[in-house]
Design a protein. Structure first.
Length: 135
Protein backbone atom coordinates (compact mmCIF):
# COMPACT_ATOMS: atom_id res chain seq x y z
CA UNK A 1 0.00 0.00 0.00
CA UNK A 2 1.30 3.42 -1.01
CA UNK A 3 0.76 6.41 1.29
CA UNK A 4 1.35 9.42 -0.92
CA UNK A 5 2.60 12.72 0.44
CA UNK A 6 0.59 15.85 -0.12
CA UNK A 7 1.45 17.15 -3.59
CA UNK A 8 2.33 13.73 -5.02
CA UNK A 9 1.40 13.23 -8.67
CA UNK A 10 -0.63 10.36 -10.10
CA UNK A 11 -0.49 9.88 -13.88
CA UNK A 12 -3.19 7.75 -15.54
CA UNK A 13 -2.24 6.85 -19.11
CA UNK A 14 -3.28 4.76 -22.07
CA UNK A 15 -2.16 5.00 -25.69
CA UNK A 16 -4.23 8.12 -26.35
CA UNK A 17 -5.06 9.83 -23.05
CA UNK A 18 -3.26 11.27 -20.05
CA UNK A 19 -4.93 12.37 -16.84
CA UNK A 20 -2.86 13.92 -14.08
CA UNK A 21 -3.98 14.07 -10.46
CA UNK A 22 -2.35 15.74 -7.48
CA UNK A 23 -2.83 14.47 -3.96
CA UNK A 24 -4.36 17.35 -2.03
CA UNK A 25 -4.77 15.17 1.06
CA UNK A 26 -2.10 14.16 3.54
CA UNK A 27 -0.19 10.88 3.70
CA UNK A 28 -2.72 8.20 4.59
CA UNK A 29 -5.62 10.39 3.45
CA UNK A 30 -5.58 10.32 -0.35
CA UNK A 31 -7.62 13.01 -2.12
CA UNK A 32 -6.90 13.28 -5.83
CA UNK A 33 -7.57 16.50 -7.71
CA UNK A 34 -7.33 16.54 -11.52
CA UNK A 35 -4.61 18.77 -12.96
CA UNK A 36 -4.10 20.21 -16.46
CA UNK A 37 -1.92 17.98 -18.63
CA UNK A 38 -0.64 20.41 -21.23
CA UNK A 39 0.24 19.32 -24.74
CA UNK A 40 1.78 15.92 -25.37
CA UNK A 41 4.34 15.80 -28.16
CA UNK A 42 4.11 12.76 -30.40
CA UNK A 43 7.19 13.73 -32.42
CA UNK A 44 9.22 11.02 -30.69
CA UNK A 45 7.89 7.92 -32.41
CA UNK A 46 8.86 5.69 -29.52
CA UNK A 47 10.71 2.47 -30.21
CA UNK A 48 8.83 1.81 -33.44
CA UNK A 49 10.17 4.65 -35.58
CA UNK A 50 8.42 5.85 -38.73
CA UNK A 51 8.03 2.86 -41.00
CA UNK A 52 5.35 1.60 -43.32
CA UNK A 53 3.16 -1.04 -41.74
CA UNK A 54 3.93 -4.64 -42.50
CA UNK A 55 3.97 -7.86 -40.57
CA UNK A 56 7.47 -6.96 -39.33
CA UNK A 57 6.54 -3.45 -38.18
CA UNK A 58 4.01 -2.16 -35.67
CA UNK A 59 0.76 -0.86 -37.08
CA UNK A 60 0.34 2.90 -37.53
CA UNK A 61 -2.05 3.03 -34.58
CA UNK A 62 0.47 1.16 -32.39
CA UNK A 63 3.20 3.58 -33.47
CA UNK A 64 0.90 6.48 -32.55
CA UNK A 65 0.27 4.94 -29.11
CA UNK A 66 4.00 4.39 -28.57
CA UNK A 67 4.72 7.97 -29.61
CA UNK A 68 2.07 9.23 -27.19
CA UNK A 69 3.62 7.17 -24.36
CA UNK A 70 7.05 8.64 -25.17
CA UNK A 71 5.53 12.14 -25.12
CA UNK A 72 3.89 11.46 -21.75
CA UNK A 73 7.23 10.25 -20.35
CA UNK A 74 8.84 13.46 -21.62
CA UNK A 75 6.20 15.59 -19.84
CA UNK A 76 6.60 13.62 -16.60
CA UNK A 77 10.40 13.76 -16.82
CA UNK A 78 10.28 17.57 -17.16
CA UNK A 79 7.84 17.96 -14.25
CA UNK A 80 9.96 15.81 -11.95
CA UNK A 81 13.28 17.32 -13.01
CA UNK A 82 11.82 20.75 -12.28
CA UNK A 83 11.73 19.70 -8.63
CA UNK A 84 8.08 20.49 -7.97
CA UNK A 85 7.09 16.84 -7.46
CA UNK A 86 8.47 14.52 -4.79
CA UNK A 87 6.48 11.35 -5.53
CA UNK A 88 4.84 9.83 -8.58
CA UNK A 89 2.51 6.90 -9.20
CA UNK A 90 1.88 5.79 -12.78
CA UNK A 91 -1.24 3.84 -13.71
CA UNK A 92 -1.11 2.73 -17.33
CA UNK A 93 -2.43 0.16 -19.73
CA UNK A 94 0.10 -2.73 -19.73
CA UNK A 95 1.62 -2.09 -23.17
CA UNK A 96 1.70 1.67 -22.58
CA UNK A 97 3.46 1.14 -19.24
CA UNK A 98 6.13 -0.92 -21.00
CA UNK A 99 6.70 1.88 -23.53
CA UNK A 100 6.76 4.54 -20.80
CA UNK A 101 9.49 2.66 -18.93
CA UNK A 102 11.78 2.91 -21.97
CA UNK A 103 11.70 6.70 -21.64
CA UNK A 104 11.98 7.24 -17.87
CA UNK A 105 14.74 9.63 -16.83
CA UNK A 106 16.74 8.55 -13.76
CA UNK A 107 15.11 11.42 -11.81
CA UNK A 108 11.67 10.02 -12.62
CA UNK A 109 12.74 6.51 -11.64
CA UNK A 110 14.00 7.82 -8.28
CA UNK A 111 10.69 9.53 -7.47
CA UNK A 112 8.47 6.72 -8.75
CA UNK A 113 6.79 5.14 -5.73
CA UNK A 114 4.38 2.85 -7.58
CA UNK A 115 3.18 1.53 -10.91
CA UNK A 116 -0.15 -0.10 -11.68
CA UNK A 117 -0.44 -2.05 -14.92
CA UNK A 118 -4.10 -1.36 -15.61
CA UNK A 119 -6.11 0.83 -17.99
CA UNK A 120 -8.08 3.24 -15.79
CA UNK A 121 -8.28 6.31 -18.07
CA UNK A 122 -12.07 6.11 -18.35
CA UNK A 123 -12.65 5.37 -14.67
CA UNK A 124 -13.76 7.53 -11.76
CA UNK A 125 -11.42 9.27 -9.32
CA UNK A 126 -12.63 6.80 -6.66
CA UNK A 127 -11.46 3.85 -8.83
CA UNK A 128 -8.10 5.56 -9.35
CA UNK A 129 -7.72 6.20 -5.61
CA UNK A 130 -8.44 2.50 -4.93
CA UNK A 131 -5.75 1.50 -7.45
CA UNK A 132 -3.23 3.83 -5.77
CA UNK A 133 -4.03 2.31 -2.37
CA UNK A 134 -3.46 -1.16 -3.84
CA UNK A 135 -0.14 -0.19 -5.49
Amino acid sequence: MVDLKKGALVAVVDGEHLKLFKNSGDAGSLKLTEQPTGDISTENMGSGGRHASSSANPSDSQQDEDAFAAGVAEVLNKKLMGGSIDELVIIAAPRTLGELRKHYHKTLSAKLVGEVSKDLTGHSVADIEKAVHAA
